[in-house]
Design a protein around this ligand. Structure first.
Ligand SMILES: Nc1ncnc2c1ncn2[C@@H]1O[C@H](COP(=O)(O)OP(=O)(O)O)[C@@H](O)[C@H]1O
Ligand SMILES: [Mg+2]
Length: 294
């Protein structure tokens, strides 16, 4: 097979591992900088042009960065138009990037979440805080990633100040019940083709409640309960992702979904579990491609 890995840099761990896994299975693998691709859109002969030539591929694995969702997903959509199977569809990549919309869709499907409110320039901060159960609570910038813009407000007055500060910034915010029982840990389930292929528990460093590895958290392999496994698969299916990093938090009322990531990193999960996650992704696109050929 000719597999295209859509990524800005071939030296990134995840990109490198996907390429290795494809080569190890006897495929041709090409890292394609999607920002350098152009699209030829016409009813008769659409194409993706790269370095002056139309790309001919049997499958693509998108690794679209958060800052280039619009153009990256358009390239993925163009491949879909051409009938090239993709590990994740453009629509699901866009949905996964939109925290508000994905939580709405998950809630509609009955997926358990921390109690969450969304706001832009709220005047009634008291009502917003009361509705999610009062302090302590977590306030997040809707646009944030890697734990930046996630704040724990331990008292009502702290919550009010943080919310009004964000209001000054004209930012969209999310106000969420603080799941204290999680004790600074969360669980990342890596879902490929409706199966959990690996799972890790991330723990925040002392004095921190955010377990992001970018915030100095540590990771170790974890065995999921059957409830967690079912929840992770349901969340990935609901967003429509063939490859997803599903973040969950353990609460006293059972596992809750925090977020679903469409381009989850491979370094932390492979490093902590020893699972060949890249290989599982390549095997998934092998299946998609053989089904497309039928
Ligand atoms: N409601 C919450 N209760 C307790 N801890 C939380 C809550 N929301 C987030 N966290 C912690 O903060 C981390 C970052 O939050 P998250 O929503 O995943 O934002 P980001 O997209 O920036 O990673 C999570 O991994 C988790 O450890
Ligand atoms: Mg996160």
């Amino acid at each position: 097979m000719r597999i295209g890995i859509l990524s800005l840099r071939r030296t990134l761990y995840s990109t490198r591992r996907l390429r290795e896994a494809a080569l190890a299975r006897g495929h041709e693998a090409r890292v394609i900088d999607y920002l350098r691709c152009t699209m030829h859109v016409s009813p008769k002969e659409s194409a993706v042009i790269y370095r002056g030539e139309p790309l001919v591929l049997d499958a693509v694995i998108p690794r679209i960065g958060a800052t280039h969702t619009f153009y990256g997903s358009a390239i993925v959509r163009q491949f879909e138009m051409l009938g090239v199977p993709t590990a994740n569809h453009a629509g699901s990549i866009v949905l996964g990037r939109d925290k508000l919309r994905s939580l709405q869709v998950l809630a509609r499907e009955g997926v358990d979440l921390p109690v969450t409110g969304f706001a832009h320039s709220v005047k009634d901060t008291r009502g917003l805080i009361a509705r999610v159960g009062g302090a302590p609570l977590v306030i997040k910038l809707v646009e944030g990633t890697q734990g930046v813009g996630v704040v724990l407000a331990s008292s009502h007055s702290a919550a009010e100040s943080v919310i009004s500060a964000f209001r000054q910034l004209e930012a969209d915010i999310l106000v969420q019940e603080f799941v204290a029982e999680a004790e600074g840990s969360d669980t990342r389930a890596f879902v490929v083709d409706d199966r959990v292929v690996a799972a890790m528990k991330r723990r925040a460093p002392a004095g921190e409640f955010r377990s992001n590895l970018h915030r100095g958290g540590s990771a170790e392999r974890v065995e999921l309960s059957s409830e967690e496994e079912a929840l992770a698969r349901l969340a990935a299916r609901t967003i429509g992702l063939g490859v997803a990093g599903v973040d969950m938090i353990r609460s006293s009322r059972g596992p809750l979904i925090l977020e679903v990531n469409a381009s989850p990193g491979l370094e932390g999960i492979e490093g902590s579990t020893g699972v060949d996650v890249a290989g599982a992704i390549v095997e998934y696109v092998e299946r998609l491609s053989s089904e497309a050929a039928k």
